[in-house]
Design a protein around this ligand. Sequence first.
Ligand code: ATP
Ligand code: MG
Length: 419
Amino acid sequence: MNAKDLQPIKQRYGIVGNCEALNHAIDTALQVAKTDLSVLITGESGVGKEIIPRLIHDNSLRRTRKYFAINCGSIPEGTIDSELFGHEKGAFTGAIGEHEGYFGSADGGTLFLDEVGELPLSTQARLLRVLENGEYIRVGSSEVRKTNVRVVAATNVNIQMAIRDGKFREDLFYRLNTIPIKMPPLRERGDDILLLFKKFAMEIAVKYQMPERISLSPEAEEVMKRYKWPGNVRQLKNITEQMSILMRDSRIVTPAVLSDYEIWPTIEENGGLVRVSQTSGGVHSYDSEREMLFQMINALHREVSDLKQQLSTMAPVAPTSVHVASNVPVADAEVVPVVSHAHLQQPIVSPPHVAPHADATPYAEEYVEESLSIEEQEKRLIIKALEKNRGRRKKAAEELHISERTLYRKIKEYGLEEM
Ligand SMILES: Nc1ncnc2c1ncn2[C@@H]1O[C@H](COP(=O)(O)OP(=O)(O)OP(=O)(O)O)[C@@H](O)[C@H]1O
Ligand SMILES: [Mg+2]
């Protein structure tokens, strides 16, 4: 299939990206869907492996039968055999009735075994048997049962290493890996990074009815493309959501903003990694002179913007409880003060390029209301991070990907000093 033919599939499953490796993965999935061959999806954490098995099932002849997605890593070792293969009544303490298990229930359908590398060795032996001849035995039974299940598995651990360490059966690996599908890491997807950013920024803007989504400056685009993205698409999604909620003064993401979220360019233009070493004190020391300069400029940017914010909170304030006059058209009202938010001294600036609203006044009111809900979101995020880290602000700031100083300022703004 050529790239254009994949478009409808991508649209249906909300898959964003056009890079060759991603297209190849989707194309392979579609090609093998009609067969009963086992598929093993590999790729780092957060690359989007979970999209593939559903796509395979929906495009297979089994599409009208059952589909189960099982996370092997989240089922306790003591119950995993019974979950997968079922058990007889009285097979173990607490087995008050019989249980069919996924391999029995999914007969004729598809099972997605996520994090298959986490399966205990004894379960791996049972899995190999059912993959080879469709036979399995319930826990506490001696009766051999038959099932016809197509297995799609996924893992983010290096299975070859697990085999070497004696944690994964080599024969099972070859059996599962009949068709391998590799999902590429985000750092290798070039412009797809920007497309994904746009998608997530748009989604969150729609979800919280923000009048404007965040967008990247040209310099920030370069940083995004040259960052290593250890958490892949999941990390990009989380960071885009956080920035969408926390950025209020401007909706343009600059390298300085990204550096607050610890996004630095770590990949050279030739694809190599910039070496980043850590000193014993935990302070970054950068081997690349260019990188160091970049860091210094970013740090400077942050200092200046923090200072600006501090100054603006010191300035004499116009009345804080301003009612938006009902006859002021939004286009003329560049600055919409926030109603009864004495602590929030920066007015929320109405974006000049917002599409003209048929009735400007309701829009203005709606805008104020929505802005409040964004603040609520921000406050909620901060409270959550503080609670989780039992008030340790350094930890909370790290988790929120903002500087400690910004966190202190926000704590003051929201009156959360007691936390
Ligand atoms: N190409 C893509 N387009 C849109 N969203 C994507 C894409 N790839 C991944 N995502 C989104 O990124 C998030 C992480 O993807 P997913 O849960 O599939 O990761 P994973 O590879 O299973 O990671 P893990 O190994 O940690 O389980 C999900 O919210 C998913 O919808
Ligand atoms: Mg997953």
